[in-house]
Design a protein around this ligand. Structure first.
Ligand SMILES: Cc1cc2nc3c(=O)[nH]c(=O)nc-3n(C[C@H](O)[C@H](O)[C@H](O)COP(=O)(O)OP(=O)(O)OC[C@H]3O[C@@H](n4cnc5c(N)ncnc54)[C@H](O)[C@@H]3O)c2cc1C
Length: 409
């Protein structure tokens, strides 16, 4: 099949527009075309390539579903989504490695939180989850040390851009079109349709789904949705271990996380490319695309600082914020945190690795929104919060969004 042109302008009319061509937008587009064969569907993506934001800047971990509150959408979609993703990768020849992971309690004082994680993992029906003692930790990860751990053999790693590209190829094979380099500004109802305004004109569609990640709140508000929650960008920087030190880590080693924070703590991941990364950190960023920390956008910073939730969140989490700032400023302290779990890493050499920005939804009340959030406006559905593990959960999320769109019709 000839490679489809992804640079053309979006059509002036179609049935469905999907805004945002990250892993969630591509999965949604694919699901909608599977349910409505022959529909005229256009995916509109601002960047010239797929995966330039969260999808291409993650740890690449296929999570098994241990952490999430039982009964939450996050738990349900992760467990369902990881199974669906492994099946998809097998069927479509997308490579992955089911390398497994350990969540290690280093001290007795962490055992209560490890018990709670185990309880959650069991209620979430995480496949193969096992509690292991100190000796078994060393059998699985010869250099890791702890009093107890949870072992998740069905956790894996992949390249989420390759997954998103494969979804995009499915979309095109089903007759959908991709329009890269086209930025959407907003949409307004016109009669019983929606007029989507973008940098190359307008597209009138019967309905639209917005999967715009770091910019999802702005587009939702532009379509008439409430301002709450706001996206506050959190930069996740990684360190990369030098090859000799990377040998000390087989797969993924995670700490027991702080239950008050939606982030998993600085962990060690052997990613799909084979590098061992420490991170990611979690620092509020001065721009929604502040991959380079010197990059500041006045509008982004102003929106973060004017949001009442920002100040409430900082008052609640200032201690965690200080630790994150210390880790971001000092690679040695970040390495020392990882060396709690793998003592042989003490003093290891690590250089600055990649960085990603999390689209973290923050409520007006200062609560970091942990679960997936979906809003509806006239003729449209908006994904307002799709944090980690949304890449893992992408196929399950796509079914939920397609259901919501059908209910809205
Ligand atoms: C540091 C980090 C580590 C992570 N680790 C993991 C992990 O190990 N496992 C896991 O499952 N998840 C992980 N995640 C989370 C995961 O990456 C995201 O949940 C997922 O990629 C979200 O996909 P998305 O398509 O919603 O967002 P994105 O990939 O950000 O895509 C949104 C797209 O919308 C486009 N867009 C935005 N505004 C417009 C507009 N106005 N017009 C047109 N297009 C627009 C953007 O250009 C972008 O391509 C991590 C995230 C980060 C940041």
């Amino acid at each position: 099949m000839a490679t489809p042109d992804r640079t053309s302008s979006p059509p002036s009319e179609c049935d469905i527009v999907v805004v945002g061509g990250g892993i969630v937008g591509q999965a949604v587009a694919r699901e909608l075309l599977a349910r409505r064969p022959g529909a005229r569907l256009a995916v509109i993506e601002a960047e010239p390539k797929i995966g330039l934001h969260q999808t291409g800047r993650s740890s690449g971990v296929i999570h098994a579903g241990i952490y999430y509150e039982p009964g939450s959408l996050k738990a349900q979609l992760c467990v369902e989504g990881s199974r669906a993703l492994y099946d998809y990768c097998d069927e479509h020849g997308v490579p992955y490695s089911k390398s497994g992971k350990l969540v290690v309690a280093v001290e007795e004082g962490e055992l209560g939180r490890l018990d709670e994680l185990e309880r959650r993992g069991r209620l979430n029906e995480v496949r193969g989850l096992r509690r292991v003692g100190g000796d078994e930790i060393a059998e699985i990860e010869p250099n890791a040390r702890g009093v107890a751990a949870l072992h998740s053999p069905h956790t894996g790693v992949t390249d989420f851009v390759a997954v998103a590209e494969s979804y995009a190829a499915d979309v095109e094979a089903a007759g959908g079109t991709l329009h890269l380099g086209t930025s959407v500004h907003g949409a307004r109802p016109v009669g019983d349709k929606l007029e989507v305004e973008h940098s190359r004109g307008t597209t009138v569609a019967a309905e639209a789904v917005f999967c715009a990640g770091l910019w999802s709140d702005r587009l939702a508000v532009a379509c008439g949705a409430p301002a709450d929650p706001r996206i506050v960008p959190f930069r996740g920087g990684y360190l990369k271990l030098a090859p000799a030190d990377a040998e000390l880590v087989r797969a993924s080693v995670y700490p027991v996380p702080d239950p008050d924070l939606p982030f998993l703590g600085a962990h060690l991941t052997r990613n799909f490319a084979g590098d061992v990364l420490i991170g990611p950190s979690a620092l509020m960023a001065p721009a929604r695309d502040a991959y380079d920390l010197t990059h500041v956008r006045r509008r982004d910073l102003g929106e973060t600082l004017r949001w009442p939730g920002t100040w409430k969140m900082m008052a609640n989490h200032w201690r965690a914020g200080l630790i994150e700032m210390r880790n971001a400023a000092s690679p040695a302290s970040f390495v020392a945190e990882a060396a709690r779990m793998v003592p042989a890493l003490a003093g290891a050499k690590a250089t600055a690795g990649p960085a990603g920005i999390r689209a973290q939804a923050l409520g007006r009340d200062g609560k970091l929104v942990d679960d997936f959030v979906v809003h509806r406006t006239e003729h449209a559905v908006h994904v307002r919060n799709a944090p980690s593990p949304a890449a893992t959960s992408s196929l399950a999320i796509s079914k939920l969004i397609a259901d919501r769109l059908e209910q809205a019709a």
